[in-house]
Design a protein around this ligand. Structure first.
Ligand code: T5A
Length: 223
């Protein structure tokens, strides 16, 4: 695969959609062909599963059943959109991916990690992110931003946004734990700052890790 795969993760209202838009613009100016997408969703089938889950219609299945639905949506998304785009050399920016399932359904939702790891193998195989940007901010601030957006648009919180503050806080910590375990893949960015500062830091991370990575010292054959 010649393209690059970047996922954005973090709590509700952290600014993922906003920052994906900003990064897509900058990568486009740098001459890259970019595809932006989201989870759950990204294909017609996965978008229909999104509607069922986020409306709360699948709540009765429990966290395990919801994890299977997220997995089914993801398998379609990877097969029909993400993998073909990467094979065509495009940069794919996804609003959420595997880590969201591990945090929302796993660490904070109680679904067994062994089951989730098996689901990952079936749904995405070796199509894993080159970089995951974790937008970190206090849960209260993310919820305030969402409340402001919802009151302006006249919409209501979805299936997960309406959860207790303590659960949102546990999710924030769970994303930070993933970043601590996988520092080579993940970069934590302070998302409590104004939009421009967050965008600049993400650009620095993408430039350093993917656009202009440091050259590895040449190894001598033989010796
Ligand atoms: N989920 C998802 C699971 O449980 N398991 C899974 O496997 C997956 C894939 C998805 C839900 O599903 C759950 C997680 C989610 O709860 P969603 O609607 O896609 O639902 O929800 P989010 O991914 O959380 O997206 P949101 O739109 O809610 O938040 P974003 O994208 O993080 O934030 P954004 O950019 O829309 O910004 C929110 C508001 O803040 C403002 C924006 O203008 C906007 O109004 N804003 C800022 N304000 C001040 N300073 C900044 N720096 C700002 N950045 C943005």
């Amino acid at each position: 695969m010649t393209g690059r795969f970047i996922t954005f993760e973090g709590g509700d209202g952290a600014g993922k959609s906003t920052q994906i838009r900003r990064l897509a613009e900058r990568l486009g100016e740098a001459g890259k062909s970019v595809v932006t997408t989201r989870e759950p969703g990204g294909t017609p089938l996965a978008e229909s599963i999104r509607n069922v889950i986020l409306s709360g219609g699948a709540r009765g299945f429990g966290a395990e059943g919801e994890a299977l639905l997220f997995g089914a949506a993801r398998a379609d998304h990877v097969e029909k959109l993400i993998r073909p785009a990467l094979l065509a050399g495009q940069w794919v920016l996804s609003d959420r991916f595997l880590d969201s399932t591990h945090v929302y359904q796993g660490l904070a939702g109680g679904v067994d990690e062994t089951l989730l790891a098996a689901l990952d193998r079936v749904t995405v195989g070796r199509t894993r992110p080159d970089l995951t940007v974790i937008l970190d901010l206090p849960a209260e601030l993310g919820l305030q931003r969402l409340a402001a957006r919802q009151s302006a648009a006249g919409t209501a919180p979805d299936r997960f946004e309406g959860d207790a503050l303590s659960l949102h806080q546990a999710r924030r910590q769970a994303f930070l734990d993933i970043a601590a375990r996988e520092p080579e893949r993940c970069a934590v960015v302070d998302a409590s700052r104004p939009e421009d500062g967050v965008a600049d830091e993400i650009w620095r991370v993408v430039s350093a890790r993917l656009l202009h990575p440091p050259r590895r010292p040449a190894t001598r054959a033989g010796g």
